[in-house]
Design a protein around this ligand. Structure first.
Ligand code: UFG
Length: 328
């Protein structure tokens, strides 16, 4: 299949683009490189340097490459940032997604995969979080993804656009020694902890230690980026049988302290840590139930152990302490 991957130069998008190439698809990566890296785009993919705010460019790309499916990763994705700059999310994330959907409809693309988020569930009424838990986004970021999920729901009803929304819990780990996470600035727990191990930072600050959790720090469900990628391959195939939404995680939660302790074991480094203030927008506990995608598509995580997730990221960080800088 010919698949357009927006954000295909980013951490998750490039990993999925690589898996799409490996499974025999033609891939067109569309990315403005504001967060992504040219070196992360798979060699076999066609690269279009463009911005989703510009509908002409989006239309032109679809007319020229005639994709049969679109996977939409390009997005602002930070819970904390969205609490400080809500319009990046409530305006830009939404506008870019809707621009892309409109072009998809106008160019007869009828398969759409949306990269959605666990932040749809800000205060979940039960844990683990299945697809029937009430949606109550935890931040403008989560809200922006929910708005896009609803837009897809209506475009399925009115235009026959079949979609899958995959709600990731905490994507982590590296897809290989030469493909990993590289954000600037880095805000995610595991890469920051590993930067401390590498001596690039002095310490890790724990954002809040008085949450209602076993050790007082936030609990998250870390899922290996390769397991996420596999879910996209399966979901794309399944679109022939209709639209669907899935929560995607390992089903196990680890606290911030447990992540730091595991990283100490994996790296053999001390990793100094210090307690700090909570970060606005952070829900105390997010753990997925992925029973639905397991039952429907036979998906199962193959790299679920936290040691493996952190170990793969550690290999990437050691080999590429400056990320994609200098890679081609
Ligand atoms: N944390 C710290 N110190 C840091 C960085 C993070 O204590 O320096 C804590 C956070 O407070 C949080 C946990 O580590 O409790 C994980 O934080 P991340 O920033 O790594 O990830 P988030 O849970 O905030 O968000 C990630 C993605 C979102 C996605 C969400 C889904 O960035 O896009 O997972 O759970 F929505």
């Amino acid at each position: 299949m010919r698949v357009l991957v927006t954000g295909g130069a980013g951490y998750i998008g490039s990993t999925v683009a690589q898996r799409l190439v490996e499974t025999g698809n033609d891939v067109i990566v569309f990315d403005n490189l504001s967060q992504g890296h040219r070196a992360a785009v798979p060699e076999a993919a066609t690269f279009v340097h463009g911005d989703l705010t510009n509908r002409e460019v989006v239309d032109h790309t679809l007319a020229e490459h005639r994709p049969q499916a679109i996977m939409h990763f390009a997005s602002h994705t930070l819970v904390g940032e969205s609490m400080e700059e809500p319009f990046l999310y409530l305006d830009e994330n939404v506008r870019c997604g809707v621009n892309l959907m409109r072009s998809a409809v106008e160019h007869d693309v009828d398969r759409f995969l949306l990269s959605s988020t666990a932040n749809l569930f800000g205060t979940p009424e039960r844990i683990p979080i299945d697809e029937n838990v009430t949606i109550d986004p935890g931040s403008p970021y989560g809200e922006s993804k929910f708005i896009l999920e609803r837009a897809l729901h209506w475009l399925d009803e009115t235009e026959g656009l079949t979609y899958a929304a995959l709600r990731y819990f905490n994507a982590a780990g590296a897809a290989g020694p030469d493909r990993g996470e590289d954000h600037d600035p880095e805000t995610h727990l595991i890469p920051i902890v590993l930067e401390v191990a590498l001596g690039q930072r002095e310490k890790i600050v724990i954002f809040g230690d008085e949450y209602d959790t076993p050790d007082g720090t936030c609990v998250r469900d870390y899922i290996h980026v390769l397991d996420l990628a596999q879910a996209h391959i399966l979901a794309l195939d399944a679109l022939d049988d209709g639209s669907r939404v899935y929560n995607l995680g390992n089903g196990e939660g680890y606290s911030v302290r447990e992540v730091i302790d595991t990283a100490r074991r994996v790296t053999g480094c001390e990793i100094p840590a210090e307690e700090g203030d909570p970060r606005p927008g952070d829900p105390p506990v997010l753990i997925a139930s992925s029973d639905k995608i397991r039952a429907d598509l036979g998906w199962a995580p193959e790299h679920g152990a936290l040691e493996d997730i952190i170990g793969s990221a550690w290999e990437w960080h050691q080999r590429h302490p400056n990320g994609y800088q200098g890679m081609s």
